[in-house]
Every structure is written in structure tokens, then in C-alpha cells.
Design a protein around this ligand. Structure first.
Ligand code: ASP
Length: 325
């Protein structure tokens, strides 16, 4: 039987990094070299490998990922069966979710990377590449949107978070756990997610959206200038279930009259509340003042969704966040 056609796109990251002249490791390897370094991949799929970027992932932008989404949509239309996107782990939780919002259809897209450089003892890149390819090649992976595969865990884009700076086990889905694992060379799904709606893939970068975490005792002075700075929207990571100091609530209300403001939580995970706390600065007050709750989306993910939704007009924002409540 013919092997599935797989597209590998490498954007850079530690998985591509080797020692550089400037000291420390830096991106060097491309997708073709990565694929060649894992001979078992040839039994998984008929692989086409490209390296659109060779960047450390903190230097990736939404515009880069819009370009990747466009390539993926075109590749699927031309008969590719599944795709592996290789990139730095620092921003995998954002890239995976942005691609989830922009790549339509049922074919698997799997994002992976590595916590250890390509030359490091115990490098995790090769195992992650092979596991990601096996997930991308499997019909069982279809219809769940973008997945992130690292350390043999399979995560849904909407839930996955980087939770450690160093360990190969850095990736968690704290709200629900991973969907499954790769074991004995095949993906095993213990639960499934259904696809959420995608948003239009308009060319160019989405408009800038600010992300602000609210610390104890902060007077909100940064918030007063967000609209003046040219941001098209803002996501506020409130305390606990979505709370701020009472004096900050009117500042947020004022901001929400100028640009869309989404309320998420600075807690590691869990839904923003909508109807429990009645004190000034709590979620009921903030929602009355015009803020949109992010549901269970982290601030990082809510920021990406708001950036795409705001382009569709402010009326579409509540609709865009509805599937995540
Ligand atoms: N700083 C690196 C990056 O995100 C970390 C990694 O890839 O693990 O590009």
C-alpha cells in the first residue's frame, strides 16, 4: 500500500540548533537534514520537506504563521495527507492554536519541537519527529484540528501549554490532560476533541492585541494607554476566575468603550467565571462593563483568537469565543 504523503515544514527552534560561533546554540539545520537524521521516517510516509524559516521561536510572528497556514491549506488541497510543523518550543502553544484557527479540513497537522539541541546528549528531537510523523500519518488523528506531539504525549492545540523551561516533559494540557500517547509506534487516543470553527485566512499579520497580566496592588496605569498605542484589542489576565482591583474595573470599562477587551485568567488553567462573584472588579462587574470572557482559553491563546476575530468586526468577537466557554 502507498505510504501517506506527509509535508514537513521547519520553522527553526532548538530541534534545529547546534553550537554556533557566537557561543551557545542557534538554528542551523533545515527540514531535509532533520528528516535524513531519522531513517525510520521513510517507513512512515512519503515525505516532502521544506524550511520556510530558520528562527528561534521567540522571533516567529503571527504573520509567519499565517504564511505557514496558507502553505498547509494549499498542500492539503494538492493531495498531502498530513503535516508536521517543526519549531521552537517557546511558542508552540501559540503557533499550534493559531494554525488550529486557520487551517481547515480534517487532515492532521502536528506541531513538534525539542527541548534539547540537536547535538545534546539525549536529544529529544529525533523521537519527537518520528512520533509526530506517526500521528500525522494516522487516520485516527483526523478531525481534531492541530495537535502538538512532544515526549510521546499528544495534545490538542487549544489546551497545550509549555510548563517547564528545561525538561523534555515540559508540555502539559493542564485542563484536561493529553488526548493520547504514541506507544509501540502508533498513536493511541484515549479521548477526542471536535474541531472548532476556523476563521478566515486573510493575508498579512492580524492587528496587534495587547496581553496584560494583572498583579496584586497594580493601579492599572498601563491600561490607560493601550488604545492610544494603536492596539486593536486587549486581553487582560485577571486574578483567579477573572478579577482585578476595584479601582482598575472602571479603567477597563473605559478601555472597552474604545477597543474590544477580553477577560482571561492568570491562573494556570480553568474557565473564567461569568456569574459568581458580585464585588467591584469581579467577573460580573467586568462583563457588565463590556469585557468578553475568554472561557477556558489562556491569555496567550485568547490574544490570538481576538486578533483574528477583530478583523471580522467587533460583533463577531463574542461568537468567536463562544465555542471555548
Ligand atoms: N528558545 C527555543 C525556541 O523556542 C526553545 C526550544 O526550541 O525549545 O526556539
Amino acid at each position: 500500500m502507498a505510504l501517506p504523503r506527509l509535508l514537513f515544514l521547519s520553522l527553526g527552534g532548538t530541534i534545529t540548533m547546534v553550537p554556533s560561533e557566537s557561543g551557545g546554540i542557534a538554528p542551523k539545520l533545515g527540514a531535509a537534514e532533520l528528516v535524513a537524521s531519522v531513517p525510520a521516517l521513510k517507513d512512515v510516509g512519503d515525505i516532502e520537506a521544506h524550511s520556510p524559516f530558520k528562527l528561534p521561536s521567540p522571533s516567529l510572528t503571527q504573520a509567519n504563521l499565517v504564511e505557514v497556514a496558507d502553505r498547509l491549506n494549499k498542500a492539503f488541497a494538492s493531495g498531502i495527507d498530513g503535516a508536521v510543523v517543526i519549531q521552537g518550543t517557546d511558542t508552540i502553544e501559540e503557533s499550534a492554536f493559531l494554525l488550529d484557527l486557520l487551517v481547515g479540513g480534517d487532515k492532521p497537522v502536528v506541531v513538534t519541537g525539542a527541548m534539547r539541541g540537536a547535538d545534546a546528549p539525549g536529544a529529544d528531537g529525533p523521537a519527537n519527529l518520528l512520533a509526530a510523523a506517526r500521528v500525522a500519518a494516522s487516520p485516527a488523528s483526523r478531525g481534531m484540528g492541530v495537535l502538538a506531539v512532544l515526549n510521546y504525549d499528544i495534545h490538542a492545540a487549544r489546551f497545550v501549554q509549555k510548563s517547564h523551561t528545561a525538561l523534555p516533559s515540559a508540555f502539559l494540557s493542564p485542563l484536561v490532560g493529553p488526548l493520547g500517547v504514541v506507544a509501540e509506534g502508533k498513536p493511541l487516543f484515549y479521548c477526542r476533541v471536535t474541531r472548532n470553527p476556523t476563521l478566515p485566512l486573510d493575508p498579512g499579520p492580524p492587528p496587534p492585541v495587547a496581553l496584560i497580566k494583572i498583579p496584586m496592588g497594580d493601579d492599572g496605569r498601563l491600561l490607560r494607554d493601550i488604545a492610544k498605542l494603536g492596539y486593536a484589542g486587549a486581553v487582560i489576565e485577571g486574578m483567579g476566575a477573572g478579577h482585578v482591583h476595584a479601582d482598575v474595573a472602571p479603567i477597563l470599562g473605559e478601555l472597552a468603550t474604545k477597543i474590544p477587551v477580553v477577560l482571561s485568567s492568570r491562573s494556570m488553567t480553568g474557565p473564567v467565571f461569568t456569574s459568581t462573584y458580585g464585588y467591584p472588579g469581579a467577573e460580573i462587574d467586568l462583563i457588565k462593563r463590556g469585557l468578553t470572557p475568554s472561557g477556558y482559553l489562556s491569555g496567550l491563546k485568547a490574544r490570538l483568537l481576538l486578533g483574528l476575530a477583530v478583523r471580522q468586526g467587533t460583533k463577531k468577537i463574542a461568537e468567536a469565543f463562544a465555542p471555548y466557554q
